[in-house]
Design a protein. Structure first.
Length: 137
């Protein structure tokens, strides 16, 4: 299925001009990505025959995966009303403090440092517009 998607994407990218190696056109990167997807899809199809059935696999980290997925859903819903910095801080407090059960001081330092530092990196240096949220924070 993955290889089929790669083949289809490669077929569709032929409509765009390819360009050359020193001056790539708009079809250059889609063709490279489609080829990569096709090759990796074939690798998964061939190597997947040797894997064990899904029913036999035990996954002890299921709680962590569900917590991370829920945190991502929260971020998607909260980033506009709360803003980038507050959303990232809440996410990190939950993941590091509640899920990983770290002491309060490192949790606060990590949450504040990462939310403010990543905001400074994206908004100031990279000039990416991020939602300000409540009270402009």
């Amino acid at each position: 299925m993955i290889a089929t998607a790669g083949a289809y994407a490669g077929w569709q990218s032929r409509k765009l001009p390819l360009g050359s190696l020193d001056n790539p056109g708009p079809g250059y990167m889609p063709l490279i990505l489609a080829t990569l997807l096709f090759v990796l899809g074939l690798v998964v199809a061939v190597a997947g025959r040797q894997s064990q059935p899904l029913a036999q696999i035990r996954w002890p980290e299921l709680r962590h995966a569900i917590a991370i997925l829920g945190t991502c859903a929260f971020a998607a819903l909260a980033i506009e009303p709360l803003g980038y910095r507050l959303t990232v801080a809440i996410m990190l407090v939950f993941l590091v403090g509640v899920i990983e059960r770290k002491p309060p001081l490192p949790v606060i330092l990590v949450a504040a440092g990462m939310s403010l530092g990543s905001y400074w990196l994206f908004a100031t240096l990279l000039k990416v517009p991020l939602p300000p949220g409540l009270f402009g924070i």
